[in-house]
Write a protein that binds this ligand. Sequence first.
Ligand SMILES: Cc1cc2nc3c(=O)[nH]c(=O)nc-3n(C[C@H](O)[C@H](O)[C@H](O)COP(=O)(O)O)c2cc1C
Length: 189
Amino acid sequence: MSLLELAKNRKTVRKFKSDDIPTMEDVLYAINVAKEAPSGMNAQPWLFYIIKDFELKQRIRIECEKAEKTFYDRSKGKLKNWLEKHGFSWKKDFLTQAPYLVLVFSDKLAPFSRESVWLSIGYFLLALEEKGLATVPYTPPNFTDVANLTDVSKDYRLEVIMPIGYSNDSKPKYKRKELKEIVLFDENS
Ligand SMILES: Cc1cc2nc3c(=O)[nH]c(=O)nc-3n(C[C@H](O)[C@H](O)[C@H](O)COP(=O)(O)O)c2cc1C
């Protein structure tokens, strides 16, 4: 499949088959691709923490849902309506449903660390797609509390939680803007 086809096919998935477990080899393949991303001063400031242990996934879910509940209870007006309309709630089943959680961290002291790590996450997403795996880049309201459940050094900041597994979600791919809406040319092009 071409890169364009992979990018067009990829979509965020929030429901996973919990009994169909991808190989660790495929997860490591995607990280192998992610680590080829460019980074400020080639510092390679990323760290991928792979979790398969159900109890740890459960602890992460409880911590995230506590913070999500506060966020949802406080939301009102347009935001509340949008969340309800799109079927979002404080419940994050995918955190225990997905066979793996990959927590991506950035080195706090590296130059352009966060930009570099998010570039590698882009590579990671496409590599997962190539292997037929699904994910949601989940950004919880309480990153520090979640990071504290792991033994990762405090020199690293948690950027995203990526549940990984096979999709059990029939949601469509959301529409993208047309090229002509997002590209500008200088007058000589
Ligand atoms: C930086 C970033 C943060 C995101 N955070 C969340 C999140 O916390 N929860 C969630 O359900 N989806 C999250 N998403 C997924 C987006 O909602 C999703 O990519 C977007 O709606 C487009 O849908 P698609 O990926 O299926 O094309 C995030 C995506 C990005 C890139």
